[in-house]
Design a protein around this ligand. Structure first.
Ligand code: 1CP
Length: 349
């Protein structure tokens, strides 16, 4: 296996290679550096989200949780990996779509792709230099961190859906209209995005990330034949380009439904949504790392409920050399710190 380990904490990277025999289950949480943390909210009250992401010192501080500043999760919770503080939508922002994050609305693009005629606006062979803050941030982080750093990008379909919808959408109907009425133009969009995503991830790898996660949150909006024809080939292209240098973990809220298809494009690991029975998934995919899949809603419940569900997942994957504990989706901003503490304690027991 080509992936080098240069950290004191090796559990996460060895689990990705299915070689974790330490008895310790590696653990990190999607959105672990986000809004549930009071210190995140304190910084956020002084800056816009994009300012935070685009200022390497701030993005580094949020990712690495330095020991000098009071409670920060890597130190407080001892996660086994950190994830770059950024967003899947910074790539379309760099392509000129004008991203802001608005209270209650979430991400909003000022210049969405309204029709296939807009494709010419984003067509380019190389990454815009305005993304240079990303490697700068990663280099700062790497100097501070003693756990592996995860880089990431959105998968082309999920990123395209935001570019077409102009922001968050319940049913992705504008996107589905493109898919149905203009499949050729949609493929063109996926081609542009997959080529740029490969460059974007390679830039992160060159700057020092140790693994990458590809987020295809909304893939479940596609039928399986649409997934096969319009999305999967581009995911496969990205994985093939990236895997020789670092492992790729694929995440979607639809991983349970598309498990067989995703397995077929050979990511090193799959991060499962809450619906998956991980032990069954392990029987179906003995050679992939499996990450997941604690229901983040349960973190809003009682301590006993949290302990019980954590125990159930840990018991079902006990001794598995390729298991990484995570949530089935990002942590809710309302999650109490004590709930995260309880979850981690129970997994570590
Ligand atoms: O207002 C704020 O403070 C912004 C909140 C926030 C944060 C903390 C957003 C806006 N993005 C992030 C960070 C983020 N986003 C990370 C890195 C940090 C970490 O994990 O700790 C990552 C990996 C993401 C990825 C992301 N962004 C996804 C894929 C994962 C997922 O949660 O499904 C998606 C869909 C986005 C879009 C996005 N960005 C922000 C929000 C609130 C959303 C979701 C909007 C929606 O539901 O449509």
């Amino acid at each position: 296996m080509p992936f080098a380990i240069a950290h004191k904490n090796t559990h996460f990277l060895s689990a990705l290679r299915l070689e974790n025999r330490s008895g310790k289950i590696p653990l990190w949480l999607m959105r672990q550096a986000g809004r549930y943390l009071p210190e995140y909210r304190a910084i956020r009250s002084r800056h816009s989200f994009m300012e935070m992401v685009q200022t390497p010192k701030i993005a580094c501080e949020i990712t690495t949780q330095p020991i000098e500043t009071p409670p920060q999760p890597i130190r407080r919770f001892q996660f086994d990996a950190a994830i770059l503080f950024s967003d899947i939508l910074v790539l379309p922002d760099a392509l000129g779509l004008g991203l802001t994050f608005e209270e209650k609305l979430g991400p909003v693009f000022k210049y969405p792709l309204k029709t296939p005629l807009d494709l010419h606006r984003i067509e380019q062979d190389t990454l815009p230099p305005c993304l240079d803050y990303i490697p700068e941030t990663i280099e700062l982080i790497k100097n501070k961190l003693d756990v592996p750093l995860i880089g990431f990008a959105g998968a082309p379909f999920t990123v395209a859906s935001y570019m077409i919808e102009g922001g968050t959408s319940k049913n992705l109907l504008k996107t589905k209209k493109w898919v149905v009425n203009n499949p050729q133009a949609f493929k063109k969009l996926m081609e542009i995005l997959s080529d740029l995503t490969i460059q974007y991830l390679q830039m992160q790898i060159n700057a020092g990330v140790n693994a990458v996660q590809l987020f295809d949150t909304w893939a479940g909006a596609l039928s399986s034949s649409q997934m096969k024809e319009l999305s999967l080939p581009y995911i496969e292209k990205i994985i093939r380009a990236i895997e020789p240098s670092v492992p790729v973990i694929f995440f979607s809220k639809a991983c349970s439904s598309f498990a067989e298809l995703i397995k077929g494009v050979n990511p090193q690991g799959i991060s499962f949504d809450i619906n998956a029975d991980l032990r069954r998934m392990r029987e179906d995919m003995p050679h992939l790392a499996i990450q997941g899949n604690f229901d983040p809603d349960i973190l809003l419940g009682s301590q006993e409920a949290i302990r019980k569900e954590a125990r159930r997942i840990v018991d079902s994957m006990q001794g598995d050399p390729g298991f990484i504990f995570n949530l089935g989706h990002g942590i809710h901003p309302e999650t109490p710190i004590a709930a995260v503490q309880t979850l981690i304690e129970e997994v570590r027991r």
